[in-house]
Design a protein around this ligand. Structure first.
Ligand SMILES: *Cc1c(COP(=O)(O)O)cnc(C)c1O
Length: 450
């Protein structure tokens, strides 16, 4: 198909994420990718600042990942997982058990992050049913979170970002506490927050199956960073009030925040952990929900006799094989040194933006950089400017952010920094000239976090 045909068919027939018809702007056509670059059908080459939404941590067309996929395709692309098993699943399960905290021993393979969260919620609810406490079936989370787009995850996404008003009567109503304090806020703020959590958990513990959070970094709900100490405090409180802790590490897992898992920075083990996104190095959709032997055995003693879930493409061998290869590449790489270096170079390059009128915050953690504006980003102006400077970005709401593949070079990081700067400038100029209502804020703390 030629470029124009692809665009025409796409516009006529194909949904895109959060999209509608007719689409407000045509998506760009990607011809192929290599290393840190996307090559568009018009021949331009872009440094990928998004790692295809956190996933492509080793870049594109990695020889080891390509080889693992081809090798597995030569043996078996898929086979049902009911009554059958295979080496790629066994290898991946043992790898995941070995690299996550010791209590996590049982692995459920799911086909996407959202499904792994559904499974985590089911595990928590079935666990308490099996223990004769079926009233413990609600979830508590903090605001500003994102856990996926199917219904159970949606019910614990930030109520505004997740448009809960639209889904009233359809979504289960969960309990929310305020968004966690920023990592840079003082110890007093952290302590007050934990005291508030303690009170809420004491009051609602009888109805709560689990607390679900993204540890340390809240991703698509607002790209906010909080202190690992807060996660450690939450771990203690959940135990004290007999509520399970689910850590959704779908975005934060596999080194992105500077530790292998974000909960490692807090020195804790959740009762249930969700992994996805970078699990296959961005090659195929695969996720995993890990839990403890005690939870797995308790569920299995219950009325259902096991966990009531079994996707058709569970533990897909191609995805498991490429995930094993991705973990090999990660473990043999110097990501522990490189991730903080990426962060430091992004922080230094982006620091001047903090003084730009219209920018309220610049923050960096691990290999994640965020520029927050005082108004919504003009998506078209920002994206066009980034692409013109050779960079792929996908801003949302007030945020222009990046989490590049770990293989990005210093020179490519400088291109990325320039692209972010161009996107910020273009977005501010476009919203200025459009006469958009400007809210002057001197400091991020004036932002409402209710
Ligand atoms: C992306 C994401 C999900 C959902 O994963 P999908 O594979 O898109 O279904 C869930 N939780 C977090 C924290 C995520 O970043």
């Amino acid at each position: 198909m030629d470029h124009a045909t692809i665009t025409a068919v796409d516009a006529e027939h194909v949904w895109h994420p959060y999209g509608g018809f007719p689409a407000s702007t045509a998506p760009r056509v990607v011809a192929d990718c290599e290393g840190v670059h996307l090559r568009l059908a018009d021949g331009s080459r872009l440094v990928d600042g998004m790692s295809s939404w956190w996933a492509a941590v080793h870049g594109y067309r990695h020889p080891q990942l390509d080889a693992a996929l081809a090798d597995q395709a030569g043996r078996m692309s898929h086979v049902m997982f009911g009554g059958l098993t295979h080496e790629p699943a066994a290898r991946l399960a043992s790898r995941l058990v070995a690299m996550t905290p010791e209590p996590l021993q049982k692995v459920f393979f799911a086909d996407s992050g959202s499904v792994s969260v559904e499974v985590a919620v089911k595990m928590a609810i079935q666990y308490w049913r099996s223990r004769g406490r079926p009233a413990k079936n609600a979830l508590l989370t903090w605001r500003g979170g994102y856990h996926g787009d199917t219904f159970a995850p949606m019910s614990v996404c930030d109520p505004e970002g997740g448009m809960h008003a639209m889904w009233r009567g359809v979504l289960p109503e969960q309990m929310f506490v305020p968004a966690p304090p920023d990592a840079r806020d003082g110890e007093g703020a952290q302590e007050r927050y934990l005291t508030m959590l303690d009170t809420r958990l004491a009051a609602a513990g009888d109805r709560l199956a689990a607390v679900i959070v993204e540890p340390v970094v809240q991703g698509a709900g607002g790209m906010r960073f909080h202190s690992p100490a807060l996660v450690a405090g939450l771990r203690r409180l959940c135990r004290a009030h007999e509520v399970l802790l689910i850590c959704d590490e779908i975005a934060t897992g596999f080194g992105r925040t500077g530790t292998l898992f974000a909960s490692d920075a807090a020195g804790i083990s959740p009762d249930i952990m969700c992994l996805g996104k970078a699990l296959t190095g961005g090659y195929l959709t695969l996720a995993a929900t890990l839990t403890t032997t005690e939870i797995a055995e308790t569920i299995s003693r219950g009325e259902a006799g096991g966990l009531a879930h079994g996707p058709t493409f569970m533990a897909n061998p191609l995805a498991c094989a490429v995930a094993c290869a991705s973990l090999d590449v990660l473990e043999s790489s110097d990501w522990r040194r490189r991730v903080p270096q990426i962060g430091a170079r992004l922080a230094a390059g982006l620091a001047p933006l903090a003084h730009v009128d219209g920018v309220v915050d610049v923050r960096v953690l691990g290999a994640i950089a965020v520029v927050e504006l005082d108004r919504d980003v003009d998506l078209v102006a920002a994206t066009d400017a980034a692409v013109a400077s050779g960079v792929w970005l996908r801003p949302f709401r007030k945020l222009i952010y990046a989490m590049p593949p770990y293989i990005i070079s210093d020179e490519q990081l400088d291109v990325l920094v320039d692209g972010i700067g161009a996107a910020v400038a273009a977005s501010l100029a476009a919203t200025e000239s459009a006469g958009g209502q400007r809210i002057r804020r001197g400091h991020r703390d004036q932002e409402s976090t209710s």
